[in-house]
Write a new protein. Structure first.
Length: 129
């Protein structure tokens, strides 16, 4: 049996920490997020359309076609009729201009997070270049 060295012990500890982190990410994406959505919303190659009232604000989301919009995977999100600019990340998470540094699993979760962050303030249209 090979002798236990500091390098081997640190390598094993790093591998265990990585495995534990991956397991925690998998568990958190399978359970409900703080914004009330689950990873189950991804069907048929993209997120589902939604239209609901969340904390007194109407939030909508739907796939869009054409328009040359390169972010968001062809998906539009609206809060009280004003478009919330959303982007899908390479890892499948979503961000918006309101909660840019807090990725969420779905566009619906991005809309809900924006409503929470706005605290009743109106969404101002974002002029994308």
């Amino acid at each position: 049996m090979p002798e236990l060295t500091r390098r081997r012990a640190l390598g094993t500890a790093a591998a265990l920490a990585t495995a534990a982190g991956a397991q925690a990410l998998t568990a958190s994406s399978a359970s409900a997020s703080p914004t009330g959505t689950t990873a189950d919303e991804h069907h048929h190659g993209g997120p589902e359309a939604f239209d609901e009232v969340f904390r007194g604000r109407r939030i909508e989301g739907r796939p869009v076609t054409g328009g040359g919009h390169h972010h968001g995977g062809g998906y539009a999100v609206f809060i009280d009729g004003v478009e919330l600019h959303v982007m899908s990340n390479a890892d499948g998470s979503w961000i918006s201009v309101v909660s840019h540094y807090d990725p969420v699993p779905t566009p619906r979760a991005a809309a809900r997070a924006a409503v929470v962050e706005l605290q009743g303030a109106p969404l101002v249209p974002f002029a994308a270049n």
